[in-house]
Design a protein around this ligand. Structure first.
Ligand code: B12
Length: 482
């Protein structure tokens, strides 16, 4: 069958200010579908900034048998619009949805009025999707396929959960179906950006996070050798020079991670890497920070999330508050860029607690800080705590930057204004410090990133409402960037 794999054209103005990001999950699915004899096509409507009309036209031109979309909660309404377009083009097109949103909320999705979704794949898609298509072709009982949810006899039903894939290195990725010209990392002009997954899952149970639900607190990893072979192939065959490691938790197995760092140092010349991990692993690896940098790692995102131990414990983050500042300093001292996030908007949030978060965010001294508004994913452990305060059911707003819940003391607009003030004050104090950095990679990187944020992010819109960045910051930016 001809299977069109589509990203929903959704934008909330955060991540797209830093780059255009390839849909790795769809490249994995395309690899498995092709292996099973199908003809997959990847259509990244999100990165192409296509309109609903363009999406519909592209579906009509492609004439697929199946249209499949991916959806996180914020992109779910846009994914539904893609599948509605497919049904308008041809009601006979089989429609499939996968990803974290429909994994948990499969019943809500299938029972929604006017639902255009024929099948939901829950969990990993590489084995379930080809098996579903084989079952459809054979006229079999699709509702019994493990990992599939669908309507049967007028009811929404789900097959047994699927066992996670054993050997991640055995999965084929359709790298040749990726339209490489689209993917760029803006802080590094002229770059070509790829995404690589070295492991899947996370063993922690952070209460605001969806990934622990999706992966059931499991963790599986690829072999270091196989990951590095892939990186080298991406560089040599597709001219990739920047790689986002998409893993929730790449550093979990110290031996594997250290071997990976060694191999990256040895084989990945000319490549740079962006990654995320936990603070305690950075502290564990304090003696290896220079090796991280030598391996090409330039940017590390740490989920700091809170500045009080109470709040960290509520989030079940399992770190000590003092570890965050220590980890950030280690990365900064090694010449890499640090990025962190702080979760705001919990029921007990007040202007004073926000002020305190901002004060400590400055003290922790990451290069970039995000002041995120908690998103009440209905399937997250924290949801019951947030439910009484939720004021919007529009999933499109569940993007960590739009306020959807109030706190006891603060309304949604007040929370939003406080967040924008946090950004403004944080970067007002940052830019003069960056000015004093010696010329070189880090200084260029920081200013180029900031330029893109101020040019295109959600902050631009909100900041102008609040009077914008102060003139001295803007003139510093203009001076450095010419
Ligand atoms: C890379 C990434 C992005 C990329 C997406 C690129 C792309 N088009 O895929 C970019 C940078 C654009 C992005 C954006 C956002 N992201 Co993001 N992102 C990630 C990240 C780090 C990795 C995703 C990934 O590639 N995983 C690897 C692949 C192999 O796995 P996968 O995508 O889950 O796919 C597998 C299964 O889920 C399933 N599957 C998925 N889709 C489908 C579809 C079908 C048809 C089938 C059969 C199966 C299937 O099969 C796949 C293979 O096994 C995750 C966190 C994480 N570590 O997973 C967050 C994450 C998905 N993002 C998240 C968020 C919140 C956002 C933003 C809203 C953030 C923001 N405010 O900007 C935006 C929304 C989009 C936008 N344009 O504004 C949240 C989602 C939370 C939720 N429950 O809704 C996550 C989980 C981060 C987090 N911890 O909170 N993101």
């Amino acid at each position: 069958m001809k299977v069109m794999l589509v990203t929903p054209p959704y934008h909330c103005g955060v991540v797209e200010s830093a780059g255009t990001w390839m849909p790795l999950g769809l490249a994995y699915l395309a690899g498995s579908l092709r292996k099973a004899g199908h003809e997959p096509v990847i259509y990244d409507a999100m990165s192409l900034w296509h309109t609903q009309e363009q999406v519909e036209k592209r579906i009509a031109e492609t004439r697929p048998d199946v249209v499949a979309v991916t959806a996180i909660t914020a992109t779910y309404p846009a994914s539904i619009r893609v599948l509605k377009a497919a049904k308008r083009v041809n009601p006979g097109i089989i429609t499939v949805m996968g990803g974290v949103h429909s994994h948990s909320l499969w019943r809500e999705v299938l029972e929604a009025p006017d639902c255009p979704v024929d099948f939901i794949i829950r969990g990993e898609g590489e084995a379930a999707f080809p098996e579903l298509l084989a079952c459809i072709s054979a006229g079999g009982e699709t509702w019994k396929v493990p990992g599939v949810a669908c309507r049967h006899d007028g009811q929404a039903v789900a097959g047994a959960p699927r066992v996670f894939f054993g050997d991640l290195d055995a999965l084929e990725i359709a790298w040749d179906l990726v339209d490489w010209n689209i993917y760029k990392y803006f802080p590094m002009p002229g770059s070509r950006l790829a995404a690589v997954s070295t492991s899947r899952g996370c063993v922690y149970g952070c209460s605001f996070c969806s990934q622990q639900i999706f992966w059931e607190k499991t963790w599986r990893a690829r072999k270091a050798e196989s990951v590095v072979d892939e990186m080298v192939m991406l560089r040599d065959k597709f001219a990739v020079n920047v790689v986002l490691l998409v893993d929730e938790y790449p550093t979990k197995d110290a031996d594997r991670w250290h071997r990976l760092i060694e191999l990256m140092k040895e084989k990945c010349a000319g490549m740079t890497f962006l990654m995320e991990t936990r603070v305690e692993d950075i502290i564990r690896d304090a003696h290896l920070m220079a090796d991280y940098r030598a391996a090409g790692i330039v940017h590390v995102y740490l989920g700091v999330e809170a500045v009080s131990q109470d709040k960290l414990d509520t989030f079940k983050k399992e770190i000590r508050v003092e570890q965050s500042a220590q980890a950030i300093k280690l990365i900064n001292d090694a010449g890499m860029v640090t990025e962190t996030s702080f979760v705001l908007g919990m029921p007990e949030e007040t202007p004073e607690t926000i002020e305190n978060t901002l004060r400590l965010a400055r003290e922790y001294n990451p290069d970039f800080a995000h002041f995120l508004l908690v998103a009440p994913w209905p399937y997250a452990d924290i949801y019951p705590q947030l439910a009484p305060f939720v004021e919007s059911k529009d999933y499109e707003d569940y993007n960590l930057v739009t306020p959807v819940a109030r706190s006891r003391a603060m309304g949604r607009e007040e929370l939003m204004n406080a967040v924008v003030e946090c950004y403004r004050k944080f970067y007002m104090s940052k830019v003069p410090v960056w000015m004093g950095l010696p010329s070189g990679f880090k200084k260029d990187y920081l200013f180029t990133s900031m330029k893109h944020v101020l040019k295109s992010s959600f902050l631009r819109k909100h900041m102008s409402g609040l009077g914008g960045m102060p003139a001295e910051v803007m003139s510093a930016m203009t001076g450095v960037l010419k």
